[in-house]
Design a protein around this ligand. Structure first.
Ligand code: G6P
Length: 442
């Protein structure tokens, strides 16, 4: 069996055990053995890192998997010898996410981790740190593949691809979640389905659906079969009708664009009922999870982890790693350089698209054009994403303003300027790249 050395940056995340559960299954399946797992985190995260390291060691021991687990609070030594590096960091932790979610609400815009002004703030904080990780990968383990799960995943991956030479691709659990959701609605095993996916991270669409290789898209779209799925992604029956007309199946993030008024209403209701924003909720879930991880009698994945949103991210990461290690072509939806695969978007931007992964990494599969009723939104969001990457790298306040005003949830000069001021102020300790914070004209 092939063996690998894996480094996880942000190893102290409450998500990590899902990844380890996946590593154990791959080994039990005879796909590959992770002989060394290096968990890396920042010094402030040492306690959590040690709790996770202890827990994942118990998981491996109870499964009998021979793997050396090490933990590091410095990046370079932790990366030494890695064949694969997974990046899953959260700059500023859950507190920064909480601010990201609360600031937009002041301006009547939904506060969301990755979409809209919240995702924009997260990108400004995260891109410099993500670039630093990639540059250290280039220096310490240049042959390693860097898998980016750090949010906002598509935007961060675009920065990594444009500004570093590391071997990078991005991943997200939404596309696999869409496939699982469709399989459940149709009452078939998800392994029997395959999908054509095209678009951007947190804004991608299934445009082709196959059951055992037979095209079933038209049949499914013209039937009530997907009703339960549309309910789950909060697309009302009226919008579901329109989506059917366009013959695409969206993921759950379309709700923030197409039901933006409802999204903010729902969020305000959650806040006034005491439920809080998602970050407020996740803080409580994480506190409970870490208690379980620290409990010496627990050595398997606690079902409580299902309360977090990242389900199946380890499948996407490990399916890809397995295909690379064994050089067996495998189809997976990933975030990669477009290279013409998604028509209507520039060649050099990152898209979320069906790829074929083998020993040489993922290659995007050419897709048909998205329907015009969708393409405009995708192009606009990509325009915002490109400007956000440039703003974060250059610390350029004008580009930052330009990014925000181009976001479909903003599109107003005064709102963009106020949001930007608030975001720069709330994140000042994480944004040393922004020397000037005055927005000309405002
Ligand atoms: C999904 C998204 C991730 C996001 C997560 C949030 O999995 O794809 O990008 O980070 O949900 O989950 P949480 O439990 O943190 O709200």
């Amino acid at each position: 069996m092939k063996t690998i050395r894996l480094a996880v940056v942000g190893g102290g995340s409450s998500y990590t055990p899902e990844l380890i559960d996946g590593l154990i299954k791959r080994w039990q399946n005879g796909e590959f053995l992770t002989e060394h797992l290096a968990l890396i985190d920042i010094p402030q995260g040492k306690r959590r890192l040690e709790t996770i390291a202890g827990f994942v060691q118990r998981m491996m021991q109870s499964a009998g998997m021979p793997c050396k687990v090490t933990s590091w609070t410095e990046l370079a030594p932790g990366l030494e010898g890695a064949d694969f590096v997974i990046s899953q960091i959260r700059v500023g932790g859950m507190k920064a996410r909480q601010a990201d979610e609360h600031i937009p609400i002041k301006y009547g815009i939904v506060g969301q981790e990755t979409t809209g002004p919240g995702g924009f703030a997260c990108a400004l904080r995260t891109i410099p740190a993500a670039l630093d990780i990639a540059r250290q990968v280039e220096a310490v383990c240049p042959d390693a593949w860097l898998l980016n799960f750090t949010n906002p995943s598509g935007i961060v991956t675009e920065a990594l691809i444009k500004y570093t030479k590391a071997k990078v691709f991005g991943l997200c659990n939404v596309p696999i979640g869409i496939k699982m959701g469709i399989a459940q609605a149709l009452g078939v095993e998800h392994q029997r389905l395959s999908v054509d996916v095209s678009g951007l991270n947190h804004l991608s669409f299934v445009t082709g659906l196959y059951l055992d290789g037979t095209d079933i898209m038209e049949r499914v779209m013209n039937s009530p079969l997907l009703g339960a799925y549309f309910d789950r992604i909060k697309i009302g029956r009226d919008l579901a009708f329109f989506v059917n007309e366009l013959s695409v199946i969206p993921g759950s993030y379309l709700y923030y664009y197409w039901s933006r008024q409802k999204a903010i209403r729902d969020q305000l209701e959650d806040i006034s009922s005491g439920k809080g924003t998602r970050a407020d909720q996740v803080m409580k879930i994480e506190a409970d999870l870490f208690k379980l991880y620290a409990d010496q009698s627990v050595h398997t994945l606690p079902p409580e982890l299902k309360q977090r949103g990242g389900a199946y991210y380890s499948d996407v990461a490990l399916n890809s790693i397995s295909a690379i290690v064994r050089n067996v072509p495998h189809t997976e939806v990933l975030n990669v350089e477009n290279l013409g695969a998604v028509p209507g978007l520039p060649e050099d931007v990152v898209v979320e698209v069906t790829t074929v992964v083998d020993g040489s990494g993922p290659k995007p599969v050419a897709q048909k054009q998205l329907p015009v009723g969708i393409l405009g939104l995708v192009q606009k969001v990509k325009c915002y994403e490109q400007l956000t990457v440039e703003a974060a790298v250059e610390g350029d306040v004008v580009k930052a303003f330009s990014a925000l005003i181009n976001h479909p949830l903003v599109q107003d000069g005064e709102t963009a300027a106020n949001l930007l001021k608030d975001i720069l102020e709330a994140n000042s300790e994480f944004l040393p790249q922004f020397k000037a914070t005055e927005i000309p004209g405002f």
